[in-house]
Design a protein around this ligand. Sequence first.
Ligand code: EPZ
Length: 426
Amino acid sequence: MSEYIIEGGNRLYGECGVQGAKNSALPILAATLLCEGKSDIYNCPELLDVDATANILMHLGCVVSRSGHRVTVCADSASGTEIPEPLMREMRSSVIFLGAILARNKRVRLSTPGGCEIGLRPIDLHLDAMRKLGAVVSEEYGNIECTAPDGLKGATVSLSFPSVGATENIIIAASTAKGTTTVINAAREPEISDLADFLNGCGAKISGAGQGTVVIEGVKRLNGSSHSVITDRIAAATYMAAAAATGGNVRLVNIIPAHIGPMIDLFEEAGCKIRTDCRSVNIEAPKLLKSVKMIRTMPYPGFPTDIQAPIGAMLTKAKGTSVIIETIFENRFKYIGELIRFGAKIRADGRMAVIEGVPVLHGARVRTTDLRGGAALIVAGLASEGETVITDIKHIERGYESPEKTLAALSGKIRRIDNDGSEKSD
Ligand code: EPZ
């Protein structure tokens, strides 16, 4: 089992870039299934989830080649309509292939992605939307089959919750449907706009992405194109939390400050000085952070649920008591049990966590429970006195590209030890 070894107590300082957005790359790669010819997707982060997505594309018959951060997909011979259970289990967000396979081959069969560490993750909104677009959907014993022998037809889909994945599946499926589709109460995350930008570059006619109502006018064909994925706003905010937790002074370049707007207010409330220009952000933290009265996670442009755990870890050494309310997922406080091993005073009750700042954290041996909970353990380890060992780091490597390299570039003392005890080399 690979591990991170962290020597805590060192201020992070310096400058670094941030990876491409995982939650943008995955739907865009799924959408290449609809395109004729080659699509070159640049700035794709090198992550386990991108590997899993490439495996699914190849299983469906696509030709996929990769070079560094570029993934090239040719779907011309992709006749597959099924995602086998092992591939579905490898990455629950593979549900994002639903709309693309159905739109391309008029049939899709997959097993319910099932819950994950952070919640049940139902997909009822996705399936109801496919029915609205004309698909016949059957679900039994955890297997889902959608068929649309006459192809999909445009419709108005009103989402009861602005689901990111459901919005993405609708946009992808509707891009080549007959007629126009309107999505009401659509998710507004930047990754939705990035997906729409890619599809429009392939000849789609999508307007309003990033707002509450998205209109997709179906077109007959999409041609593969080149696209560079936006920077990962969650990874950026994670490294900002690590800088803040260590009293550091860090500049992140090549990011989109507008995408981390909701987090900037929080860092300033905690006493950090934030400076931004069009493509960078600088965070300068005080020796002692201030607590934050109330953090409530919300759909974009509210405070993102994905940064809740790293921020929770950052606040364990703040002066005073902070409260986090998690409104999106029902089980996103699992990391708290591990934070307590550092000496944190934090307790969770249902959707609420109360964090009482302590003067010192001590390095500990901890286990990663999920992707963002794992990032929280890295933040806590960097802010602790002494050595921290983090195990089960595959969860973290699903969403963060070589965090040990990024943090080492900021003078963080963190090493990645492989199963056989060797250190990861370039
Ligand atoms: C996306 O998940 C992201 N994943 C998540 O990031 C992120 O936390 C989430 O959006 C919210 O921003 C990817 O983009 C790959 P949702 P998704 O559908 O699409 C309920 C990370 O750490 N819901 O917006 O699954 C659901 O249970 C991951 O990078 C239904 O009830 O999120 C949840 O309570 C974690 N029925 C809420 O909506 C449905 O059909 C938000 O889910 C779909 C969702």
